[in-house]
Design a protein around this ligand. Sequence first.
Ligand code: SF4
Length: 289
Amino acid sequence: MQVTIDSGSGFCFGVTTAIKKAEEELQKGVLYCLGDIVHNGQEVQRLADMGLETIDYDDLRTLHNARVLLRAHGEPPSTYHIAQQNDIQIIDASCPVVLRLQKKIRDTYRHIRETGSQAQIVIFGQRGHAEVIGLEGQTNNTAIVIERPEEAQKIDFQRDIYLFSQTTKSVDEFRNLVSYIQNRCSESIQFQWYDTICRNVANRVERLKDFARQQDRVIFVGGKKSSNAKVLFQHCQEANPRTVFVSSEKELTNDILADCQKVDKVGICGATSTPLWLMEKCKEKLLNL
Ligand code: SF4
């Protein structure tokens, strides 16, 4: 049996940088992280074992004189405001791609306010997702969030529209949404859209499908909370129905292992939140059969 780990799977550079920063800062003393540093339970546990303490917004409000790491997803202005009030030192590991998107939305919001325009800011993204909360915050929470193109009825097609996307949304769905709006908005209004999808994620889909097609069996390793893992797993399964989802090597059951033993090529891949070491552990377990 040949076991191959997909070389394109694993942390994107935004997550890699945030984790490196956490490891460096942990050397200097107590460090808190606002929310799970990555949507992968095993990696969160590894850093917790090193001393990283995960907190939520309620904890942040009661914390004083501490150091808090902001993860790659980025934060709304209110988080920086609370930190300033509570003498909290921010270790900002927000991904530069997300920060650029936040700035673009903030500038648009300012422009709308300064010109007294009735324009709407629309964000194509997952409601309640940390990145989207950070993006909504740039508009003082006035943006319209749309999760699926079918929700576009929420938009007033008689007023100007500025459309942005969460960095991890599907490019195809975004294009569908753009066409949907184009077909409905009045000719007299201005519709501007910005494809702000991160190519670190979008470019993985086709590569991952190619990888999956070349394997007899595929083990997809991902966190149960990760939306990126869910999406990439679906793509993988479309390309190769013999794909199974596991969160760690512990979920490689005897049935899965026995099934893999019958074939020549087993591929291991994962999401942008899946650490390489976790995929390596799965490989090790397969090779130890
Ligand atoms: S997916 Fe892209 S935007 Fe999101 S953290 Fe990774 S590199 Fe940054």
